[in-house]
Design a protein around this ligand. Structure first.
Ligand code: ZN
Length: 290
């Protein structure tokens, strides 16, 4: 570790203070001086009770310097990367009670027909456009948990920009709000409109990435439907803009390699943010639910 001049100064200060403290401990032994011999009283001046384990008394900064068993570097990020062991930050767990409490009544709605046990919580790292490392959370179906973890790690390693990966519950499970915030997510229970079929997001078998810049676009009766509604500028796919998912970019490639299909490939509508497990696979996993 690089030690800065300021740190050296602090360490030097601490070393000299320790010597003083050692002396302080010796002072605790009563040394009877001339006065106390003559007045035959318990010496007031010299009779400091002996303290076998002196606690430093000379200010907070001293404690900080030599009593911290695991000091965290404070002098800039150039020599210290908290995510050096970044693989440790990519992991999955079941839906603990704590996580479930965040989801209940939101993404995990009252009428949710998917068992809680079929879902996994993922913790990941990702980088935004500025190259900053951020921690992300996503709930997905357990059947794709390892795939999504692997995809996310490879995207992180390649500095592929993803702005935010939060549970949709942080947006009250409101897809529109989550998309307007450019949030990337997966599970949000819902039936397909006017049916009893569960959508692929409702099964946690679809993942949306950088949703504001990769909107859902469909023409109904000559009218353009765009989700989120704020994403009109990003429906012009020939334009250049950040976070754009394109055929053959790394995000597309990784999801396709892992068996997903891309909504940007659809014919009668486009869902540029959307990667999903194919119908036949979903039917095998959840016969009759769709
Ligand atoms: Zn989607």
């Amino acid at each position: 570790m690089k030690i800065t001049n300021r740190k050296k100064a602090l360490l030097g200060f601490a070393a000299s203070t320790i010597l003083v403290l050692g002396a302080c401990g010796d002072q605790g032994v009563p040394v009877y001086g001339v006065d106390s011999v003559y007045n035959n009283e318990t010496p007031d001046v010299y009779g400091i009770p002996y303290d076998p384990d002196p606690v430093p008394e000379y200010g907070v900064e001293i404690d900080d310097t030599y009593y911290d068993p695991d000091p965290v570097p404070e002098y800039g990020v150039d020599y210290y990367d908290p995510y050096e062991d970044y693989q440790d930050y990519f992991y999955s767990t079941g839906i603990t009670d704590e996580i479930f409490a965040r989801m209940e009544g939101k993404s995990f709605k009252e009428d949710c027909t998917l068992p809680r046990e079929d879902l996994c919580y993922l913790h990941v790292l990702h980088k935004n456009l500025e190259g900053e490392t951020l921690e992300g959370e996503m709930v997905v179906n357990k059947y794709i948990a390892e795939d999504v973890l692997d995809i996310m790690m490879k995207l992180y390693e390649a500095d592929y920009p993803i702005e935010r990966i939060q549970l949709v519950d942080d947006y009250d499970a409101d897809d529109e709000l989550s998309m307007e915030a450019n949030n990337s997510s997966s599970f949000n229970f819902r039936f397909i409109s006017h049916t009893t079929k569960v959508s692929k997001h409702g099964l946690g078998l679809a993942v949306d990435i950088n949703t504001l810049y990769n909107p859902y676009v469909k023409t109904v009766d000559g009218e353009l439907i765009i989700e989120p509604v704020t994403a009109e500028p990003y429906t012009h796919r020939e334009d250049d803009f950040p976070y754009k998912i394109e055929k053959d970019d790394l995000c597309y490639q990784l999801f396709i390699e892992h068996g997903f299909e891309w909504g940007g490939d659809w014919e009668n509508r486009k869902d540029y943010q959307h990667f999903e497990i194919p119908d036949d696979m979903v039917e095998q996993l959840y016969p009759g639910m769709r």
